[in-house]
Design a protein around this ligand. Structure first.
Ligand SMILES: Cc1cc2nc3c(=O)[nH]c(=O)nc-3n(C[C@H](O)[C@H](O)[C@H](O)COP(=O)(O)OP(=O)(O)OC[C@H]3O[C@@H](n4cnc5c(N)ncnc54)[C@H](O)[C@@H]3O)c2cc1C
Length: 413
């Protein structure tokens, strides 16, 4: 049987599309196998942090619907305040547009795409990888698994360990003209209410995307939290001049999808197979942000494949090294900050409200001007204090999540 491509990429989300594009522009033959048919709806807030713009080599202005300068914070739907930034913090799009746009760039660079081709099985020999789909069998020198949170390739290659499952619900909310006009540059963020999670609203061209997320172990409590959040948004909780009032005309879809979070530095390749983005569990445990990490890991995977195919490297080991060094270092720090937040959520809510420096640091991290790791480095020779606080807060945070389950179970009983 002939080889169909130098590299097969499975999955045409941001990780797969960028990896495919980066390879094709170097003259490498790429076949992209995608389960669905594009454009397709994707459960996602589709908030792009400013740092993504640096990674994507195209002008995204045509697909960005709104730009966020303002965040309205609440905790337990109270203590509402808002903070603004002179520079954009988040760009909102819709995933069917964003993903189709990236894929179009990959196709223009020479990538061959087959839609409706879910990968069902994978085998590798010392010469090639064989990829089975519902409709056929394809061979290539290398395979990039970019098949998302439920990745079959990650499991087949034994690369799915050390992943903690998060979960998020998301809905598209039809609203009226006045609500859209009032909040076109505003994100609503309720945090510290749901342990290890939060609720958010992103404005889009003609509606709002709204969601809640947290650890999958608490998934059954998410819909009640979602409903309370929605009520708060509609009524402002009766707080004069503070609470938002969004008009909710219709909920178009309310769906859940996993958010896989890698908990340790790991191996992200096996033989001729690499996993990227959600398939690798590369999401931010604090915010649930995954698009940046999908794009970045897609680019690192493309770099490792090109080096291997063009004879600059004898294995794909460099890929795991760079993912661990660059992305996992950051994501593990995010997890420590998440634990700290879970331990003293109101304190952090107040710090963001009352201290410009804290708010500025928050903005700089969103924009990619600072990294989570800089928080620890900021402690200088007192770093050990930070490390001890993180250890204690890990214990408290786990305890809070377990207690929430018990508390809610008692309430239900
Ligand atoms: C409710 C919710 C809200 C979120 N909001 C945000 C946000 O605002 N900002 C942010 O940065 N991140 C957000 N995320 C995370 C973000 O959606 C993911 O991290 C991101 O989509 C990962 O990109 P990816 O390319 O790795 O995978 P995906 O985008 O999931 O793409 C995977 C692709 O693979 C295809 N596929 C699946 N299985 C197969 C198969 N067997 N064979 C072939 N193809 C296959 C799928 O059809 C899909 O097209 C959110 C997640 C959730 C659940």
């Amino acid at each position: 049987m002939d080889i169909n491509a130098d590299v097969i990429v499975a999955g045409a989300g941001p990780a797969g599309a960028i990896a495919a594009y980066e390879l094709a522009v170097q003259g490498i033959r790429v076949l992209l196998l995608e389960k669905s048919v594009f454009p397709r709806y994707k459960v996602c807030g589709a908030g792009l942090t400013h740092k993504i713009l640096r990674e994507i080599p195209f002008d995204l202005s045509g697909i960005i619907e709104t730009t966020i300068y303002d965040i309205r914070f609440s905790t337990h739907f109270k203590e509402v305040f808002h903070r603004t930034s002179a520079t954009p913090m988040i760009y909102c799009t819709m995933r069917e547009k964003f993903d189709a746009f990236l894929l179009e760039k990959a196709v223009s660079a020479g990538v061959k795409v087959l839609f409706g081709e879910p990968v069902t099985d994978v085998f590798q020999t010392n010469r090639f990888v064989e990829v089975q789909t519902r409709n056929g069998v394809f061979r290539s020198a290398l395979l990039i698994g970019a098949d998302g949170a439920t990745s079959r390739i990650s499991r087949k290659a034994g690369l799915h360990g050390n992943i903690m499952q998060g979960m998020a619900w998301e809905a598209e909310i039809k609203t009226d003209h006045a609500s859209l006009k009032n909040f076109s540059q505003t994100v609503f963020l309720d945090w510290g209410t749901f342990p290890g999670g939060y609720g958010w609203v992103f404005p889009k061209n003609d509606h709002f995307s709204m969601g809640v997320g947290g650890p999958a172990t608490l998934s059954k409590y998410m819909i009640p939290y979602y409903q309370r959040f929605l009520k708060y948004l509609e009524t402002g909780n009766g707080i004069p001049d503070q609470g938002p009032t969004l008009r909710v005309l219709e909920t178009i879809s309310l769906k859940a999808w996993p958010i896989p979070v890698r908990m340790q530095k790991s191996v992200f390749h096996q033989g001729r197979i690499l996993v990227t983005g959600d398939a690798g569990g590369l999401t931010d445990p604090l915010t649930g942000e995954g698009i940046y990490y999908a794009v970045r890991s897609g680019k690192l995977a493309a770099m490792a494949c090109a080096d291997y195919l063009q004879g600059r490297s004898g294995s794909l080991g460099k890929y795991s090294e760079s993912v661990n060094q660059e992305l996992m270092t950051e994501l593990l720090e995010a997890n420590r900050i998440k634990n700290l937040f879970n331990t003293v959520p109101r304190k952090i809510h107040h710090l963001v409200r009352d201290h410009n420096r804290v708010w500025m640091a928050f903005g700089k991290i969103l924009r990619g001007e600072r990294w989570y790791a800089d928080v620890k480095n900021g402690f200088g020779r007192w770093k050990f204090l930070w490390n001890v606080s993180c250890l204690i807060s890990k214990w408290i945070s786990n305890h809070r999540e377990r207690n929430y389950q018990k508390h809610e179970a008692t309430e239900e009983g």
